[in-house]
Write a protein that binds this ligand. Structure first.
Ligand code: A2P
Length: 319
């Protein structure tokens, strides 16, 4: 692997069960992963930190070799909560700085003190008889300004955003003093997001795509069906056969070959290895176009759907 290629595939830490998380992170670093994509909301930052500490203590890598991202949760958008939220993630991860800190969603929710509930998740009053998601009137420019302060303090190397659309990105570019370095969005062959990726790239913003395998991430959440999988598409299986790779490797390779960083999650050592072994082959232009043409603008991770279904609140952000 070329030196910079190592960072093009990060380990997504969403849904890694706490019990296995430290061991998976440790094993992932041992097999070559150097980029970890964490978040307060994933509820496993202590265990992620344990895996990192074990790898560093065994001399597998240094802290400086790693690129570690975490994300500001919706309940900490008010300016006075941004630094404490970052410090809580740092303490849990056992780190003194982050490589990247991202606004997780362009959605502000009422503050929940750490000691009351951590991570606070989406529902404001989980113990009430009518639990629901609530929103708070905190404008995104206030949150961004507090994110900029983190750079000034030297506790974060880069700042960025997740789940922004082109309108929010244009707006952010108009007022930011420190420009966003990264945009993290859902993207896979059924949701190619070419215009948003082009816009971000024109602004000099690096794009990371989550759920790079599409539906697979959402099967266990009952948010997708097996028939939604892109891995059985003939254009994918034909490329897999030609290159003697798995369909998942073809889809992941498509993700990086189009210029994005990808963050597939796996709890399985064989699949973890498979997912970083995508730098010894190339898809042809026809294969790249064929896979891009699978786009049907199918979004699996959509607050416009899941907030109403799960949290009693209609709250679209992409429409
Ligand atoms: P598993 O952990 O059992 O490997 P995400 O989209 O959040 O990154 O999740 C990826 C999903 O795809 C997970 O459910 C993961 O399950 C599965 N997965 C990861 N890598 C592969 C692979 N190489 N082949 C098939 N499924 C995979």
């Amino acid at each position: 692997m070329e030196n910079n290629e190592i960072y093009k595939v990060g380990l997504g830490l969403w849904k890694l069960p706490k019990d296995d998380c430290a061991e998976i992170v440790y094993n992932a670093i041992k097999m070559g992963y150097r980029h970890l994509d964490s978040a307060c909301d994933y509820g496993n930052e202590i265990e992620v930190g344990q895996g990192i500490a074990k790898a560093i203590s065994e001399g597998i890598c240094t802290r400086e070799d790693l690129r570690i991202t975490s994300k500001l949760w919706n309940t900490y958008h008010a300016k006075e909560h941004v630094l404490p939220a970052l410090e809580k993630s740092l303490a849990d991860l056992g780190l003194t700085y982050l490589d990247s800190y991202l606004i997780h969603f362009p959605i502000a929710q009422p503050f929940v003190p750490f000691e009351e509930r951590y991570p606070p998740e989406w529902i404001f009053n989980p113990d009430s008889t009518s639990p629901e998601m609530q929103t708070a009137p905190v404008p995104l420019h206030e949150t961004w300004s507090a994110m900029e302060d983190l750079i000034e303090k030297g506790v974060v190397n880069k700042i960025g955003v997740c789940n922004y659309n082109s309108g929010l990105l244009n707006d952010l570019m108009s007022y930011s003093k420190i420009k966003p370095a990264q945009l993290q969005i859902e993207s896979h062959p059924y949701l190619t997001q070419e215009r948003l990726i082009r816009l971000a790239t024109d602004y000099g913003i690096d794009v990371t795509t989550f759920s790079p395998l599409g539906a697979l991430s959402y099967l266990e959440l009952d948010m997708a069906e097996q028939t939604d999988s892109v891995l059985t598409q003939p254009v994918v299986t034909a490329a897999a056969q030609r290159l003697n790779k798995t369909p998942a490797q073809i889809v992941l390779r498509w993700g990086v070959q189009r210029g994005c960083t990808i963050i597939p999650k796996s709890s399985n050592l064989t699949r973890l290895k498979e997912n970083i072994s995508i730098f010894d082959f190339e898809l042809s232009d026809e294969e790249m176009t064929g896979i891009s043409n699978l786009n049907i603008n199918k979004r699996f991770n959509d607050p416009g759907n899941f907030c109403e279904a799960a949290f009693n609140k209609f709250y679209p952000i992409y429409d």
